[in-house]
Design a protein around this ligand. Structure first.
Ligand SMILES: NC(=O)c1ccc[n+]([C@@H]2O[C@H](COP(=O)([O-])OP(=O)(O)OC[C@H]3O[C@@H](n4cnc5c(N)ncnc54)[C@H](O)[C@@H]3O)[C@@H](O)[C@H]2O)c1
Length: 251
């Protein structure tokens, strides 16, 4: 029995990395997945992969920093399905700069992409999620929400705010049948981390700090996402699930 049969899902930033893996895993469990990304080609590619594997998907270009585009995608979902069951706020990025050199534009880019987008989609998607009766919002935070690392200061601030937002939204939305949680991945091999993990000394230091002695895969995160999106997590809201091979538990 598939856990997400008949559910309608929207995943942002699903053209690669963790978002791609989440979109594919939701589809394997029976969800119809709206695969969205600022890069239309990658969104098309992932939706094509899902359909080729026998799943249901539809690609759409969506820049999460564009308020009109966000409203347009929800209007489209309303026309197509009349509701939304699962919203995965996954799109995110970092602009690498030491904090003292971070420009206003750097900060604006990080904040608008990682944080303002979660505010906007979770607010503007509310009406459709409420119709679901078992709506789920899943936000991608990070273990960096609770730690510091050079050139990740602005990024960490957005992830900490996502954890706080998640709690507040969960309290308000519970009365409307909508659960809100976040995932806190450790270091996962994707385009986002490629440059850092390619540096042999940083790579080794991070592995040494991880009790399970490996980086995460996008599929590790996707399995946790499916759990939180499914009715198996029916009594879980306002919290975060850390998926980091023990890194944040370790000194
Ligand atoms: N990789 C990790 O180690 C790690 C750890 C913790 C949290 N995360 C979080 O997981 C999420 C996914 O990260 P990833 O590692 O897969 O990154 P990634 O760079 O591999 O993929 C991010 C995707 O988001 C898309 N995107 C960027 N800006 C966008 C925008 N304005 N609108 C729509 N889409 C946009 C990109 O095109 C890309 O497909 C992010 O929120 C990230 O912060 C990642």
């Amino acid at each position: 029995m598939k856990r997400l049969n008949g559910r309608i899902a929207l995943v942002t930033g699903a053209g690669g990395g963790i978002g791609r893996a989440i979109a594919m895993a939701l589809a394997v469990e029976g969800a119809t997945v709206h695969v969205t990304d600022v890069d239309a080609d990658t969104a098309n590619g992932v939706a094509g992969e899902i359909i080729a594997a026998g799943g249901q998907a539809r690609p759409d270009r969506l820049d999460v920093t564009d308020p009109a585009a966000v409203l347009a995608i929800f209007a489209q979902l309303k026309d197509m399905h009349g509701r939304l069951d699962i919203l995965v706020n996954n799109a995110g990025l970092n602009v690498r700069a030491d904090f003292r050199h971070m420009t206003d534009d750097d900060w604006k880019t990080i904040r608008e992409t990682n944080l303002d987008s979660v505010v906007r989609l979770s607010r503007d998607g509310f009406d459709l999620l409420r119709v679901s009766g078992h709506g789920v919002i899943l936000n991608l935070a990070s273990i960096m929400a609770e730690r510091g690392m050079r050139q990740l200061t602005g990024y960490s601030a957005t992830k900490g705010a996502i954890a706080a937002l998640t709690r507040g939204m969960a309290v308000e939305y519970a009365g409307f049948g909508i659960r809100v949680n976040y995932l806190a991945p450790g270091f996962v091999e994707t385009a986002l981390t490629e440059r850092v993990l390619r540096n042999p000394s940083i790579n080794q230091a991070l592995i040494d700090q991880t009790p399970m002695r490996r980086f995460g895969t996008p599929e590790d995160i996707a399995k946790a996402a499916v759990f939180l999106a499914s009715d198996d997590a029916a009594f879980i809201t306002g919290t975060g699930l850390t998926v980091d091979g023990g890194m944040s538990a370790s000194l």
